[in-house]
Design a protein around this ligand. Structure first.
Ligand SMILES: Nc1ncnc2c1ncn2[C@@H]1O[C@H](COP(=O)(O)OP(=O)(O)OP(=O)(O)O)[C@@H](O)[C@H]1O
Length: 626
């Protein structure tokens, strides 16, 4: 089913908009079995409304028969009237059970698809929105569809059938023309007033719903930052922000309620006029002997009966206005292109095992006005390790994000095994790459589940091995609930170092063809870091690896080290060569040597051969020139 509106829904009239929504979402979106069920529901609702429309006819007959002394026929008509009224109500009850099943199925389906689409939106879209706001948009949208569906089944359809039946009966029993004219004019005017009110209410409701969603986002953001709020003792500030955010919707809600009340009052006045006029006309007809008392009862019953559904239309108006606007934001969200649509590549990644990486002239900026990478050239032969070092903010993590397809480059290419990343489906690309990020966020689930997320089919042996590699096994052993420990929302019950070990274990378990370590051991103390370092080296052995590190001691043994500055690679080569060159790398190294001399001076330094500058040799890490 296509949830995307082909044109801007705000420019459609509410009626056309709702018809289109029903066609695309509620009708085409339902499986055939549910469509049949919905048709049955509609048929039963129509039957109930038809019976209700005919019931006053039995009452008329009862009054006229009783008035003329036909007791038996009169009583029979009374029983028929009661039975018809009862049947139409009973049908409604049965229908609401069946309708509930179809509606809930639709709700579940909409939730699943809306969240799947939201998850598939580009990383940049998520960074620009609050998770709470997105969740609220989805919930509101699904609630909106449910409201419209209920309104259609329980109000619009019975209204049409009842009005049709009443019109047919009035014509059949030859009610005087002026009465029919008054009644039909009333329905028409009521309908028009209702429609105008609908449009007036719409704008204020849309504003109110949007500000409410924004306020939910502010509140969710505050909850996500609860620790920071506490530590800075800024509860009052945050409360003020939340209060302001919710208050912003207040004016819009007031405007909406005023419009709704004005509408309701106008409709009530119309009803009073119509009731009075028709009954006066009917009384005149009875007085003139042109109408039986039963006819008077029929007219009264029909005015009330027509008014019931017409008044319910007022409520339906509100439901539909709200439903349309609740769905509007979700529809806009569903219309946003997801990652797959933005990256339609369909090529395969050849071979198995580690990939070669070639980066040529890579340019990128999160904001086009502020370039972050200015033409990066790199090459990592299959199974080799490239370390990227440099000052904070120089663009190292950005390079890693481009390598795993979280953003698309503005210029230049990244090739894996010779295939441009843009030509690979994102699932293929990300299936081949494992990332250990700077900040690890975990699911609010057990340690086991968090690890198995990387490879759900992995057995216990693989799980334990990955944990050992990351030094996570000792952490798990020390926990009372072991692997079944629930890590808390975002993994907050674990220390930074423990979370990082989970991230490393998760990456190892994935068995990637390209491993990206973005300061993978930054949260660990020197001893633990050393212990894990050997594990990481084992994990990286035979896997193409890009390591981003601040602590240079951890990347000394890399096959090549690239020094980044302001989005450019300024130096490349092996540790010993760069050190001997006495350039930027040497300066960084010496600065750290001063900070942590014992750490850096320990261990051997390799005498690696120098790297050729400015020329490229196949299969080797070379300077392509930056
Ligand atoms: N999502 C983003 N939106 C906008 N700008 C960003 C975003 N992420 C990073 N930047 C900016 O891009 C530049 C490079 O950031 P990046 O994270 O790549 O640096 P880094 O070298 O990895 O830094 P660090 O060593 O501190 O992790 C910085 O100026 C940063 O502010």
């Amino acid at each position: 089913m296509d949830l995307r509106p082909p044109t801007d829904p705000a420019r459609l009239s509410p009626l056309r908009d709702v018809v289109r929504q029903f066609r695309t979402v509620l009708w085409q979106g339902l499986p055939a079995a549910h469509r049949r069920r919905l048709l049955l529901v509609a048929a039963l609702v129509a039957l109930g409304a038809g019976v209700q429309g005919l019931a006053p006819l039995a009452l008329t007959t009862a009054v006229d028969r009783l008035a003329t002394g036909h007791l038996k026929a009169g009583l029979f008509a009374v029983i028929a009237y009661a039975a018809m009224a009862g049947l139409s109500r009973a049908l409604r009850q049965g229908v609401s059970l069946m309708h509930g099943e179809v509606a809930r199925k639709l709700e579940r389906d909409l939730y699943r698809r809306a969240y799947a689409h939201t998850l598939a939106l580009p990383h940049a879209v998520h960074l620009g929105r609050k998770a709470g706001e997105l969740a609220r948009t989805v919930t509101d949208g699904v609630r909106g569809w449910r409201r419209m569906m209920d309104a259609a089944v329980f109000t619009a359809l019975p209204f049409v059938v009842e009005i049709g039946t009443v019109a047919a009966v009035l014509l059949a029993v030859a009610v005087p023309t002026p009465l029919v004219v008054v009644l039909l004019t009333f329905v028409l005017v009521y309908g028009l007033v209702f429609h105008r009110g609908l449009q007036r209410q719409r704008e204020s409701f849309r504003t109110a719903a949007r500000t409410d969603a924004e306020a939910q986002g502010v509140a969710a953001d505050a909850l996500a930052n609860q620790e920071t709020v506490k530590l800075f003792a800024r509860e009052a500030l945050v409360e003020g922000r939340i209060g302001k955010a919710f208050a912003r919707g207040g004016a819009a809600w007031d405007a909406y309620n005023r419009a709704a009340t004005r509408n309701g009052l106008t409709l009530s006045a119309l009803f009073t006029l119509a009731l009075g006029a028709t009954l006066l006309l009917a009384a005149r007809e009875v007085a003139a002997g042109r109408m039986t008392p039963g006819g008077f009862v029929l007219v009264n019953a029909y005015v009330l009966q027509v008014v019931g559904p017409v008044e319910r239309l007022g409520n339906m108006a509100r439901e539909i206005v709200q439903g349309l606007d609740l769905t509007a934001r979700l529809r806009a969200l569903m219309a946003e292109a997801d990652e797959a649509a933005l990256s339609p590549g369909a090529r395969a990644l050849s071979g198995e095992g580690p990939v070669t990486v070639q980066v040529e002239g890579l340019r990128f900026g999160y904001d086009p006005r502020h370039p972050v990478l200015h033409g990066i050239n790199l090459a990592i032969p299959a199974g080799r390790k490239l370390a990227v070092v440099g000052r904070s903010g120089s663009g190292k993590s950005t390079l890693a994000r481009l390598l795993c397809g979280l953003y698309r480059p503005e210029g230049g290419t990244i090739r894996l095994n010779g295939v441009p990343v843009a030509d690979l489906p994102l699932l293929t690309l990300r299936g081949a790459v494992a990332v250990v990020p700077q900040d690890t966020v975990l699911f609010h689930d057990t340690l086991r589940a968090n690890l198995l997320f990387a490879r759900p089919e992995a057995d216990d042996a693989a799980l334990l091995e990955a944990a050992r590699t990351a030094g996570l096994d000792t952490v798990v052993e020390a926990l009372p609930d072991g692997w079944d420990t629930v890590v808390g929302e975002r993994g907050l019950r674990l220390s930074g170092g423990e979370k990082q070990r989970v991230a490393i274990a998760r990456a190892v378990l994935k068995r990637p063809r390209l491993l990206l370590l973005d300061e993978a051991t930054a949260s660990l103390d020197t001893r633990t870091e050393r212990a894990i370092q050997s594990g990481l080296e084992a994990a990286a052995r035979g896997v193409t690896t890009l390591v981003i590190a601040h602590r240079l001691s951890t990347i000394r043994d890399a096959d090549e080290i690239a020094v980044m500055e302001d989005g450019r690679i300024m130096e490349r080569g092996r540790h010993a060569v760069l050190l001997a060159q006495g350039g930027r790398y040497a300066a960084l190294w010496h600065a750290q040597e001063v900070e942590t001399p014992s750490d850096l001076k320990e261990g051997k330094q390799t005498d690696n051969p120098p790297v050729t500058r400015g020329r490229e040799r196949p299969g080797e890490m070379v300077e392509i020139g930056t």
